[in-house]
Design a protein around this ligand. Structure first.
Ligand code: F6P
Length: 323
């Protein structure tokens, strides 16, 4: 009997732990009697029919590596009707029965379009932003958060020595989860996120003045890149308080590096989970999610429709203790 052929691709921004997912999904698919093709550079590779055979050994020595061994991209062509049709046709030509798509919400919307046209897709959440409402966790978030914390700790040393104020920008697009985590873990004076409008006087100046009055001499604000009003915030702080202030954009350092244990373990669980669904020969497209610590699956289309519900618990905690 012909073996079921599975394509794996990573799409959008890379995230530490994607390799652990590729490894687990590949090995589990093979153990369950399927064969695996790695599509190179995400949906772009699907449009160009660029792929590599993945076997048990070709995914060796990657669990500890950041990035994605099969590369990734943000495909403009795939975002068009013509592109999607071509991708569906290519799946047929390449003999792919199903796809495992590792990425964020944009990648999942693409997978959903393929699914509507008859290509079964299993989505695995991989993004440092942790911004997919259907799942409590996305692969790469914890590693990125720890990397950012390490960087902020280093900045803090020099800020303390110079009695300065720093506005440190972290990634996350329109989502403040990374900023909140980093802000709590570094004891930032303030956290600025897209979900909660900040008041310059109350949330920045008053906090600096109050903590200064209790003896604090250096100040850190963690700002999510997608928050409104954070451009040149350091200049406004300096003008208003006279405190020497700097801006520091952490940038792509947050996406790199060896994945932490959580991303390796959860990534492995999610990869195997996708393979198990495919082995059981379901035809439906699914999204693998993490709920209350357990890896589960839900319908892909229903999953991408779940809207964000921002949990302000940690943000409020920071307000209480960062004084
Ligand atoms: O979605 C992951 C992410 O790293 C975001 O935090 C960031 O805004 C974006 O990707 C950057 O994308 P690019 O790699 O295309 O510059």
């Amino acid at each position: 009997m012909k073996k079921k052929r599975i394509g794996i691709l990573t799409s959008g921004g890379d995230a530490p732990g994607m390799n652990a997912v590729i490894r687990a999904a590949t090995r589990a698919c093979i153990s369950y009697g399927m064969e695996v093709k790695g599509i190179i550079r995400g949906y772009d590779g699907l449009l160009k029919k660029e792929f590599t055979d993945l076997d048990i050994r070709s995914v060796s020595e990657i669990i500890n590596r950041g990035g994605t061994m099969i590369h990734t991209s943000r495909s403009k062509e795939f975002a068009t009707e013509k592109g999607i049709e071509k991708a569906v046709e290519n799946c047929r030509d390449m003999g792919l029965d199903s796809l495992i798509v590792i990425g964020g919400d944009g990648s999942f919307r693409g997978a959903c379009e393929l699914s509507k046209r008859g290509v079964q897709c299993i989505g695995i959440p991989g993004t440092i932003d942790n911004d997919i409402p259907a799942t409590d966790y996305t692969i790469g978030f914890d590693t990125a958060m720890n990397t950012a914390v390490e960087m902020v700790d280093k900045i803090r040393d020099t800020m303390t020595s110079h009695d300065r104020c720093s506005v440190i920008k972290v990634m996350g697009r329109e989502c403040g989860n990374l900023a909140v985590g980093v802000g709590i873990a570094t004891g930032a004076t303030g956290i600025i996120i897209p979900e909660i409008r900040f008041d310059f006087e109350k949330d920045v100046i008053e906090r600096i003045e109050f903590t200064k009055s209790t003896g604090k001499k250096h100040f850190i604000f963690i700002a999510a890149e997608g928050a409104e009003g954070v451009d040149n915030l350091h200049k406004r702080i300096e003008e208003r308080t006279g405190i020497n202030s700097i801006e520091c954009v952490l940038g792509y350092v947050q996406r790199g590096g060896s994945p932490c244990a959580k991303d390796r373990i959860t990534g492995s669980e999610m990869g195997e989970s996708a393979a198990r669904i495919l082995k059981d020969n379901h035809k439906d497209s699914k999204m693998i999610i993490c709920k209350n610590g357990a890896v589960e699956d839900i319908d892909l289309e229903a999953g991408i429709k779940i809207k964000s519900k921002f949990d302000s618990k940690l943000y409020n905690l920071s307000y209480i203790i960062s004084i």
